[in-house]
Design a binder for this molecule. Structure first.
Ligand code: LCS
Length: 397
């Protein structure tokens, strides 16, 4: 029987199928059962008291822990080379729980400027109201990070590659800067997944994911997770348990199921995306194409150094501006006009008016999210069919 604890000797694809999971000892069920229960019976009042006191291990109440969720946490912790993990109800819940647990009023955070719109709103619109200061900088230049650090900087928040512009941050160099200033590093690894990038192995303190994307992979889950050392995760527990942003058992189960095919999906999406990015790059109606796997990407060398693939998200400029971009999005037949990313079907969307519309225009433009930028999350369909669809839509753009 393959137990989570014994998985380290195996390769990634094996661990994606087995880590954190074992046949159910009660029934022999090969898959982890969905423990769809809010509460767990105690054998006695004494046992209930012991579980609350922490002197006896065991489940109490699903917001405080659940076996299906635990299996997912062990699986993702194993794949990310973390000691443990905490699943949350969304990617935003994971970011909120992690940041709230690490900083307090009077503390300062340095963050990548061009990140998912919801994260920008959380930092500048919500957490800053509680006395936490944020400085958003272009962390692709480590000198910017260095000069933004203050005496009260407690945390450096990175998203690499960035959503949607696919800019990279040098992870090891940034960790070095953070350590010199006793600041922790927290990295959103949603775009790469542990299959292509393992930040904890590069010295990052905590990794978060939107499980909604590649890890679950089928556009049927909203979830998030925090991965890192047991000590740091213990700091998350009071926030997670009492703010209550915990994942449901069914979402945990769907994500465990998705993770089993993560290596296959990532390989295919990476291969498709490179093919499509190369097609877009030579198309006369397309301007700049942003994809770290292209030789023309300004940080292609860094991509090869810290990632083993480039994932499935491509961003590109359509000649003719916003209107031409809208005509393209309204003319696709196979690609799905929808936000989100990382699923098996190809999704197309407009960051400036959709995923990043929450960011004021001036800041958006400074981060490189222009009005003519279109984002494509490449699925696992046949690449030639996707190319053909974009080609016919571009004729109408
Ligand atoms: N981090 C990244 C990099 C994201 O792209 C998203 C969502 C989140 C965190 C938040 O995760 P959630 O709470 O949605 O699970 N990104 C989205 C996007 O680009 N389109 O729709 C959602």
């Amino acid at each position: 029987m393959l137990l989570g604890e014994r998985m380290k000797e195996h390769k990634f694809a094996t661990r994606a199928v087995h880590a954190g999971q074992h046949p159910d000892p009660l029934t022999g069920s090969v898959t982890v059962p969905i423990y769809e229960t809010s509460t767990f019976v105690f054998k006695s009042a004494e046992q209930g008291a012991a579980r609350f006191a922490g002197t006896e291990e065991g489940y109490i109440y699903t917001r405080l822990g659940n076996p299906t969720i635990k299996a997912l946490e062990r699986s993702v912790a194993d794949l990310e080379s973390g000691e443990d993990a905490r699943a949350c109800s969304s990617g935003m819940a994971a970011i909120t729980t992690a940041v709230l647990s690490l900083v307090k009023a009077g503390d300062h955070v340095v963050s990548t400027d061009c990140i998912y719109g919801g994260t920008v709103k959380l930092f500048l619109g919500i957490l800053s109201q509680f006395g936490v200061e944020f400085t958003m900088v272009d962390t692709s230049n480590v000198a910017n990070t260095k000069s933004a650090i203050r005496a009260n900087t407690k945390l450096i928040y990175l998203e690499t590659p960035t959503n949607p512009t696919l800019k990279l941050t040098d992870i090891k160099a940034t960790v070095e800067v953070a350590r010199k200033h006793d600041a922790l590093t927290l990295l959103d690894n949603t775009f790469m997944t542990p299959y292509f990038q393992r930040p904890l192995e590069m010295g990052v303190d905590l990794v978060i994911h939107s499980l909604t994307k590649y890890l679950s992979g089928h556009s049927d889950v909203v979830g998030g997770i925090i991965v890192g050392s047991k000590t740091l995760l213990k700091k998350m527990d009071p926030t997670l348990k009492n703010v209550g942003a915990t994942l449901g058992p069914f979402e945990a189960w769907l994500t465990l199921r998705g993770i089993k095919t993560l290596p296959l999906r990532m390989e295919r999406q990476n291969e498709n995306a490179l093919k499509i990015a190369k097609f877009l790059e030579q198309h006369p109606k397309i301007g700049k194409v942003h994809y770290p796997g292209l030789k023309s990407h300004p940080q292609h060398e860094l991509a090869k150094k810290q990632m083993t693939g480039s994932g499935g998200v491509i961003c590109f400029e359509v000649q003719g501006g916003l209107e031409a971009g809208r005509r393209l999005m309204n003319s696709v037949k196979l690609c799905t006009l929808a936000v989100s990313l990382g699923a098996i079907e190809t999704l197309i969307e407009h960051p400036a008016s959709m995923t990043h519309a929450i960011i004021p225009k001036e800041e958006r433009l400074r981060a490189g999210i222009t009005d003519n930028l279109v984002r494509l999350s490449v699925g696992i369909e046949d690449a030639d069919d996707i190319i053909q669809d974009i080609e016919q839509a571009l004729e109408k753009a």
